[in-house]
Design a protein around this ligand. Structure first.
Ligand SMILES: [Zn+2]
Length: 157
C-alpha cells in the first residue's frame, strides 16, 4: 500500500495526463503513479509518453481508497488516513471499558492522529504478542494511588 492519501479532487476528469503531470496533480511521487500503471491503472500506451485519462485516474484512486473494514491483527484503523495502520513505535494503550473488552488507542505513524480500536480481552492477548501494550487502569479515585500524588512528591523535591 502506498501509505498516503492523495487528493483526487484535483484531477480534471476530461484532461489527459502524462505520468509526471498526474503525479504532480495529485501530489504523489512519479514512481507511485508508475506502479499504479502496473497494477491496473489504464493508460493510452500506443505512444510515448503514456497518457492517463483523468477519469481513469480518479476511478482507480477511488477504488484504492476503499476503507478496509477489518484491520489485520496489530493494527488500528486511522480515520484520517482511511487505512489500517501499525501504531507508531508499535506502542498502544488499552483501557478496559467493561469486564470483557476495552479500547485500544495508538498513534498513527503517518499523520499522528489518535486511532482507536475496540478490543476484547481475548484479542488483546494476541495483540500483546505483536505490540507493546500498556494497560491503563482506570481508577475512580486517582489521587489515592495515581499520578497526582507522584507529581506532588516531585514538586517538593
Ligand atoms: Zn493516519
Amino acid at each position: 500500500m502506498a501509505g498516503h492519501r492523495f487528493d483526487r479532487r484535483r484531477i480534471k476528469r476530461h484532461h489527459s495526463y502524462t505520468i509526471d503531470e498526474a503525479a504532480r496533480a495529485i501530489g504523489a511521487a512519479r514512481a507511485t503513479v508508475s506502479r499504479w500503471l502496473t497494477k491496473g491503472l489504464p493508460a493510452i500506451r500506443d505512444r510515448k509518453p503514456y497518457l492517463i485519462l483523468g477519469d481513469d485516474l480518479a476511478a482507480f484512486m477511488a477504488g484504492r481508497a476503499q476503507p478496509k473494514r477489518t484491520c489485520p491483527p496489530g493494527t488500528c484503523y486511522c480515520v484520517k488516513c482511511r487505512e489500517a495502520r501499525r501504531p507508531a513505535g508499535n506502542m498502544a494503550e488499552f483501557i478496559a471499558i467493561n469486564a470483557h473488552s476495552g479500547n485500544l488507542s495508538a498513534l498513527c505513524p503517518e499523520c499522528g492522529s489518535l486511532m482507536h480500536r475496540r478490543t476484547s480481552f481475548k484479542q488483546l492477548e494476541a495483540i500483546r504478542a505483536i505490540l507493546d501494550v500498556t494497560i491503563v487502569e482506570r481508577q475512580p479515585r486517582l489521587n489515592d494511588s495515581g499520578h497526582l500524588s507522584t507529581n506532588e512528591h516531585f514538586k517538593k523535591d
